[in-house]
Design a protein around this ligand. Structure first.
Ligand code: GLC
Length: 752
């Protein structure tokens, strides 16, 4: 019997042998990716290579049907998986199975100051992209917060390159562990929406390398991002989609990026420059010249037939095409053709919990005089909730990050659910902001229309406030034009819709007023002295109401810290006091006189490296609320920081240590921040720069040692004359703080 089995076994192998032997390398998942890429490329025709480097629909690129190579499917966005759109439309396709979990905006993620939350975020959103059959997630965005007026700051990770760098890497790795590519955007210098297709960012290499590139570099070099999306704007008078300096010299040569550059939608402007120094994949081009998104312009994309024609005419060989096609194939084998791909998941309880936990960890308690917060439910309070943002859906709108969320708990509903029978929660509108609620065919379903006048609404709110134990005003910005929205910037730092007057009136009517600011940007707060408790609420996604109620009632202590400075006025911002914004005044005037958009408008970043707290320190400007600021319901004590050596060598490291103690009566989380100050440098440097942070949870009375290891990179600045990073020997100081202005201890050391 055994002999017979053995013979049958051998026969089965021999029968299968020719098939296995004939199986092309590119179809063999056991083969290394680069071998599969080489083999696939060798089998493709020129036309097939052209076919995979440009869009075939609004959000997909073609595969090679003859070889079984799949299409690649892209999806927005950084906060959740966009609803399916029609083949060549921006509007949603009306599917009934594509609602998603709306995760908090990335400003909220940055405000957690917790890389573990980034990993959770990336993994969760990657699972939803995978389940929806997507290969590339068009996010995260990491453009630096240069001005509080930038409409898309809510999609990004704040003003500090070190914080953004630490927070973007786990997100990228989390997404890509699912076999879905992250597409880090918008590379680079997309720091405003005003004139986003025309403005030419002009800045020195110090600002470029020290402020605006680090988060992208971290995503590529540490996060190993598989794709990058160049920005719409220009740098060095070249559109970023065809920027030799940034896509070639920096991305490829300096950072050794082996992924794909994917154009923003409509960001490609030529064939020849794009072939020789531009993106690998072209999306969103309205090449018929009539209107964006017009039907089936794909064959006339710059990298489509026009490119093939130039090859056939001998203007180009296939060297550049092979490079682009090779990278797209590599992306295919990393994603769509990845062996043993995970399963993905959608709208799971785990994703709801992830959204909730990230939101809770990102909420920032800015002020809490008289310990108004947490709301004491033991006294069966009457809580009056005021404001449109307590009821308005915020996951719809704001541009390409808009979502069709499976659910979104409003602040009002979250508070009602949490308070239950332990109190009374009433609501008045207070003001009318944006009654709209639809984007690309997705509707919030809310009817926010209001017939009463602002005066009537304010009178009603003030009268009701006088009778309540607590007043929780929920206002701020929203996702409509000139608020927190893609394609246009805000027009002022102040709150819209008469909110300031209403808040001031509410403060007079009730001493227990809590203002919750829902926004992705800093806002002016002329009433800051009159309001005892202020919370920065962010766009918190599906779990908004539950997360806010959790923090406001003290179930969990607030532990968020600001990822950007709240200035008192725009004049306290480097971009506005020293730089140009939204562009060179003379050019703007000339454009106005000419009555049409200029091709290019210069924006000089004269403030250079002095962005955010770096500017505030330099100009000794007291912010409204500083970078890194955030209170808790407890208090923390810091021991004097010490160093393990007084002199650090260039190739060595130095440890900065301290003990943090919870000196209050409640558990809480503290974010210990390490800033480094170079006491004497050949080139101007900021007073201090964030070079470390640690979020530690402590029970009442508990102490923990926090240790930071400093290396020469943490001491270095970019010498743009020598084009290299330099750590100059001399005196340094480590500053330990609870924010950029709340420095709890300092310790000197020197670099030899
Ligand atoms: C938009 C955005 C980009 C988005 C893309 C696709 O214009 O700039 O962030 O991913 O187009 O919607």
């Amino acid at each position: 019997m055994k002999r017979k089995t053995l013979i049958l076994g051998l026969l089965s192998i021999l029968c299968a042998w020719p098939a296995a032997a004939q199986r092309p390398v590119y179809q063999d998942p056991s083969q290394p990716i680069e071998k599969r890429v080489d083999d696939a490329l060798s089998r493709m025709t020129t036309a097939e290579k052209i076919g995979i480097i440009h869009a075939q629909s609004k959000f997909s690129s073609a595969g090679v049907p003859r070889l079984g190579l799949p299409e690649l499917w892209m999806t927005d966005g950084p906060h959740g998986i966009r609803p399916e759109v029609l083949w060549d439309e921006w509007d949603q396709a009306g599917w009934s199975n594509d609602s998603c979990t709306a995760f908090p905006a990335l400003t909220c993620l940055a405000a957690t100051w917790n890389p573990e939350m980034s990993a959770l975020y990336g993994r969760s959103i990657g699972e939803e992209a995978l389940y929806r059959g997507k290969d590339v997630l068009l996010g995260p965005g990491v453009n630096i917060y240069r001005t509080p007026l930038n409409g898309r700051n809510f999609e990004y990770m704040g003003e500090d390159p070190y914080l953004a760098s630490r927070m973007v890497v786990p997100y990228v790795k989390g997404v890509q562990q699912n076999g879905v590519a992250a597409c880090v955007k918008h590379f680079a210098l997309n720091n405003q929406e005003a004139f986003r297709h025309q403005y030419n960012a002009r800045l020195d290499d110090r600002a470029l390398y020290e402020i605006y590139l680090p988060a992208f570099r971290a995503a590529v070099v540490e996060g190993e991002a598989w794709s990058i999306m160049p920005a719409y704007n220009l740098y060095g008078r070249e559109h970023l989609a065809e920027s030799k300096r940034l896509l070639g010299d920096v991305l490829r040569d300096e950072w050794k990026f082996d992924g794909v550059t994917i154009s923003d939608w409509g960001a490609v402007h030529s064939t020849r420059r794009t072939v020789t120094q531009g993106v690998d994949m072209e999306f969103g081009t309205a090449t018929d010249g009539l209107s964006a998104g017009t039907k089936n312009a794909y064959d006339s994309y710059y990298l489509a037939q026009p490119y093939l024609k130039l090859i056939n005419e001998g203007v180009f060989g296939t060297k550049e095409l092979d490079e682009k096609a090779r990278r797209v194939l590599r992306l295919m084998f990393r994603t769509a053709l990845k062996p043993d791909k995970p399963m993905g998941s959608m709208n799971s309880p785990e994703h709801s919990k992830a959204a909730h936990d990230i939101a809770v960890q990102g909420i920032v308690l800015l002020k809490n005089d008289r310990a108004v917060l947490p709301i004491d439910l033991g006294k069966r309070p009457t809580i009056l909730v005021v404001g449109e943002n307590a009821i308005k859906m915020m996951t719809v709108g704001g541009g390409s990050s808009s979502l069709k969320a499976r659910y979104e708990i409003s602040p009002l509903d979250g508070l009602k659910a949490r308070v239950g029978t332990r109190g009374t929660v009433n609501y008045v509108r207070g003001y009318v902001g944006d009654v709209g609620g639809s984007y690309n065919g997705v509707s919030s379903g809310q009817d926010l229309n209001e017939s009463r006048t602002p005066e009537q609404l304010r009178t009603e709110a003030v009268e009701a406030a006088a009778k309540a134990d607590y007043v929780v005003f929920v206002g701020g910005l929203n996702k409509s034009d000139h608020q927190d929205c893609e394609g246009a910037d805000r027009l002022a730092l102040g709150l819209p819709y008469g909110q300031d007057e209403l808040i001031a009136a509410l403060a007079k009517a009730n001493p227990n007023l809590v203002v919750v600011n829902i926004s992705g940007n800093a806002v002016a707060m002329p009433w800051v002295k009159e309001v005892p408790a202020i919370v920065q609420g962010w766009y918190l996604g599906s779990e908004t109401g539950h997360a806010l109620a959790t923090v406001l009632t003290g179930d969990v202590d607030p532990s968020g810290r600001l990822p950007f400075t709240f200035p008192v006025s725009l004049n306290d911002v480097g971009a506005h006091r020293l730089g140009e914004y939204p562009g060179n005044a003379a050019q703007l005037e000339a454009m106005k006189q000419a009555g049409h958009q200029a091709d290019t408008i210069d924006v000089r970043y004269n403030e250079g490296i002095f962005v955010g707290y770096r500017f505030a320190d330099k100009e000794r400007v007291a912010p409204l609320f500083p970078f890194g600021h955030g209170l808790t319901y407890t208090t923390f004590g810091y021991s004097k920081p010490t160093v393990d050596k007084a002199v650090m060598t260039a190739d060595g490291t130095l440890d900065v240590s301290l003990t943090v103690t919870n000196t209050g009566k409640r558990a809480g989380e503290e974010v210990v921040q390490l800033y480094i100050s170079d006491k004497k440098s050949s080139l101007p440097r900021p007073v201090k720069e964030l070079k470390g942070f640690r979020k530690v949870r402590l029970a009442p009375g508990e102490s923990k040692e926090v240790r930071f290891t400093v290396d020469r990179e943490a001491l270095s600045y970019f010498d743009d004359r020598a084009h290299q990073w330099v750590a100059e020997p001399g005196e340094f100081e480590a500053l330990i703080g609870a924010s950029a202005t709340d420095i709890r201890g300092k310790v000197k050391f020197s670099l030899r």
